[in-house]
Design a protein around this ligand. Structure first.
Ligand code: AHG
Ligand code: MN
Ligand code: MN
Ligand code: MN
Length: 335
């Protein structure tokens, strides 16, 4: 019987990031590498807490609410603290924005040259049922002449230098872009290392899956309703399949791998939709574009939007480029 040996040349996340740094030569300071190493550690630590949550009394509410009026779960608060501590300690971050903290965090005395925006735990309504959740992050370089302030993060997503997410699911996956394509890593728990398992993720140009919370249909505007009807009652009698987890990380992860479209539109009740620009829409739009897909608000490219405040929201349609183009055409018709 032929013996197929296990791989011996593993590409870990650390090796991958270091090789990208080396490729940049003397231009690279290594600061982004250290910041991403910090995110790697936080991902492992959050993953381990998510996995044990039921066993160590980490399910349920923390007893406080965040600036957007959401009741914080214990794991929202813990994940936030893990991220804030690790990124402060990296010495490379001067400014942070977290979903769970009202104001931007300016790291005192930091000489950090990066700003990091994050959703420490995405999909937290799913936690207590053991459904996939995640962490989303985006990174800006602090602007020339700035000592690190809010203006360093009130910038369009196209100025991000890195973005990614970690999904805590049946496997723990970290998906990353530094503006040079998208790579996916899977945590090997026995090694404690993220291993490159999905190099150069590319979204198919057209998919067969749509992912919207159609429970909001009563409030949807005509272009969204028309679009959903077009894929549910198509002329070719081949309707799309519906998949909606309710954790953006998981819904986007599936969309990146299988193709199709994920949407959280604006509607009559939520004039800017639900998803937050800085730490949900921008990082996911950056990843989607880097994987060959598209990400729009309906009428506009998401990465061109200029945020007015750190917790501002925007509508999101992202995924396979032909599917997203269909939405855009309907928005253009109704404008
Ligand atoms: P978070 O748990 O970080 O507050 O994010 C929740 C978001 C996102 O994960 C998901 O796509 C969306 O909320 C789901 O919203 P609905 O429950 O309204 O469908
Ligand atoms: Mn929340
Ligand atoms: Mn979220
Ligand atoms: Mn969250």
């Amino acid at each position: 019987m032929d013996f197929e040996a296990p791989p011996t040349d593993l590409v870990t996340l650390t090796r991958h990031i270091l090789s990208q740094q080396l490729a940049l030569g003397e231009k690279a300071t290594g600061d982004l590498t250290l910041l991403l190493m910090g995110i790697q550690v936080t991902s492992k630590y959050i993953a381990s807490n998510v996995r044990k949550a039921r066993l160590i009394n980490l399910v349920g509410l923390a007893g406080a609410s965040n600036v957007q009026g959401e009741d914080q779960k214990k794991l929202d608060v813990l994940s936030n603290d893990i991220m804030v501590n690790a990124l402060s300690a990296s010495g490379k971050v001067g400014v942070m924005v977290s979903e769970e903290i009202d104001d931007a965090i300016i790291v005192k005395g930091s000489k950090g040259t990066y700003a990091c925006v994050f959703d420490p735990l995405d999909g937290s309504s799913n936690i207590d049922a053991g459904v996939n959740v995640g962490t989303i992050f985006g990174v800006y370089k602090i602007q020339e002449g700035s000592t690190g302030g809010i203006s360093d993060v009130l910038r369009p997503g196209k100025e991000m230098v890195a973005a990614g997410y970690t999904m805590y699911g049946s496997s723990c996956n970290l998906v990353l872009t530094t503006g040079n394509g998208v790579d996916g890593f899977t945590l090997d728990e026995s090694l404690g290392e993220f291993i490159l398992t999905h190099p150069d993720i590319r979204i198919p140009d057209r998919g067969k899956i749509y992912s919207f919370n159609e429970g909001n249909s009563l409030h949807f505007y005509p272009p969204t309703i028309d679009y959903l009807n077009s894929i549910k009652f198509p002329a070719n009698n081949k309707p799309y399949s519906a998949r909606y987890i309710g954790s953006m990380v998981a819904d986007v992860h599936r969309t990146l791998l299988y193709g199709g479209i994920f949407g959280y539109p604006d509607d009559k009740k939520s004039k800017d939709g639900k998803l937050r620009m800085l730490y949900e829409a921008f990082p996911m739009a950056f990843l989607t574009e880097q994987a060959g897909g598209a990400a729009i608000t309906g009428s506009q490219r998401i990465l061109d939007v200029i945020p007015k405040n750190i917790h501002g929201r925007c509508p999101v349609f992202l995924g396979s480029k032909d599917d997203v183009a269909d939405v855009q055409a309907l928005y253009a018709k109704w404008d």
